[in-house]
Design a binder for this molecule. Structure first.
Ligand SMILES: *[C@@H]1O[C@H](CO)[C@@H](O)[C@H](O)[C@H]1NC(C)=O
Ligand SMILES: *[C@@H]1O[C@H](CO)[C@@H](O)[C@H](O)[C@H]1NC(C)=O
Length: 184
């Protein structure tokens, strides 16, 4: 767990997310986590992301649990070029609920932590590489395109408590015409 220790120390160093408690969901169960999710909330303070904030949509994703414990996440994203399918490959670590992946966009390995989920309604997922404004994201996933207000409010309060600015905490509208053409 050296990464987590470094992350916590760096968090204190930058004075941001100092009290972040990056622990995965207790007894994380990948099989129950698999399947369809919508990204209904996103906290992301990156300066380069500001122009895209009001274009964000609640994209749909499918989590596929691979036999070796790794994960494929297929996302249908609305982009200026239309609806685009992206596949992200997450590698398991020896901590259940914690994964790593290589971000081609940022050219670095990132950590993915499923912090909290009850599998049937919502999941809070942290994506980070030490605590850095440009790279740290917290996403709220829902099994449906809209989730209950108290789940949204809990997510917002959590993001605020982690040092995200109010303007960086987004709850995008549903993505229209951007779902898989094949069913299932
Ligand atoms: C997982 O993703 C990789 C890389 O995109 C792909 O080669 C592989 O076929 C996928 N596996 C499944 C089961 O979807
Ligand atoms: C998931 O959480 C919601 C409320 O937060 C609740 O209504 C639902 O029953 C929970 N499901 C499980 C399996 O705990």
């Amino acid at each position: 767990m050296r990464t987590t220790v470094v992350a916590v120390v760096m968090g204190i160093f930058f004075g941001m997310m100092a009290d972040a408690d990056v622990k995965p969901q207790k007894d994380f169960n990948l099989q129950r986590f698999a399947g369809k999710w919508y990204r209904v909330g996103l906290a992301y303070d990156s300066v380069s992301f500001v122009p895209f904030r009001d274009k964000l949509k609640a994209s749909m994703g499918i989590v596929t649990a691979l036999p070796n414990g790794n994960v494929n996440l297929t996302m249908w994203d609305v982009t200026p070029l239309g609806c685009q399918v992206m596949v992200y490959h997450y590698e398991k670590t020896n901590v259940p609920g914690q994964f790593t992946y290589f971000s081609t966009r940022h050219n670095m390995v990132k950590d993915i932590t499923v912090m909290e989920t009850n599998y049937t309604e919502y999941a809070v997922v942290l994506k980070h590489k030490v605590f850095n404004r440009e790279y740290t994201q917290v996403a709220l996933y829902g099994r449906t395109q809209t989730v209950r207000n108290d789940v949204i409010n809990k997510f917002k309060a959590f993001a605020l408590s982690q040092g995200f600015s109010r303007g960086s905490i987004l709850t995008p509208p549903p993505a229209e015409n951007c779902t898989p053409s094949r069913s299932g």
